[in-house]
Design a protein around this ligand. Sequence first.
Ligand code: MTE
Length: 327
Amino acid sequence: MLIRRHNGFDIKASEITPEAIYQDRRRFLQTASQLALGSLFLPLDEVLAAPEKYNYANIPGIKPNPRYQDKDLKKIITSPEDFSSYNNFYEFGMDKDDPKDNSKKFKTKPWTIKVHGLVSKPADYQLEDFLKPYELEDRIYRFRCVEAWSMVVPWVGVPLHRILSRAQPTSAAKYVLFKTLQDPDQFPMQKTKILTWPYQEGLRLDEAMHDLTLLTVGAYGKVLPNQNGAPLRLIVPWKYGYKSIKSIVSIELVSAQPKTAWEMSAPDEYPFYSNVNPEVPHPRWSQKTERVLGSGFFKAKQKTLMYNGYADAVASMYSKFDNKKLY
Ligand code: MTE
């Protein structure tokens, strides 16, 4: 299966370059455009058929992406070690190293995904079949956590709109509700009441259909590590990180705005839209700056950007709304 280079969003230096750690933008752009011409092949069927064999190892057939080895890009992209060691995945624990320590035995096969609700073609898929018809894309996105840390990650996935179009939403469908697996034997924290389980998240239909919204199966050219949401997670790069739900088993089209896990737990702190907005503080801290995840865990502080740097692509979806309400 072909990994398609996506040139619209994946290497926009103005959006992903942390100023403090990269100054020479012109040279970066040249390097990026040269490297973006390459292509990679990913035998997805094989990987999905035996994920345990390949988990967080190189996906067979994929040559290490030369772009990630480029020294200028290396300065920008978060290291895979940091990406997979400092996580939020409350099903496995509340500390940042709990997900890595407690997810080693997490079983991602077999994995069934249900696409249902207000659609003409509901279906239950085995993961092996779910993404088979599509080309995987390789996209570098900024990722901004509400706790004011950020990273830059090369994700591998399929734009959600392709999956939704296949299901054919009816005219009554206005929102999409996502749910994580419910399995307290594997997710120890689901035996507690720290959140309402299963973890759930929602998007307005136009947000879900936006080309930036990516269902991901990998990162850094490799299968997702368990602690980062294997085998399938959402990435919505212009919203705070908690909207990017992990280990998804249900995608449901609904007519009314759904409640999200964090909204049920603290509605004043984590409202539905949660678009990155440096001008609207979280009730307990400022969102004006962010710490860049890097070795030792943080290497620099930089200004947070409106919509996490994706304003050109997404602001028009919110033109009728009060931005403060949308945080
Ligand atoms: N999805 C599930 N199911 N459970 C979680 O606790 N945490 C969210 C989001 N998705 C979470 C989740 C939060 S708060 C963040 S910041 C991101 O995952 C973290 O993603 P990462 O660990 O890959 O950086």
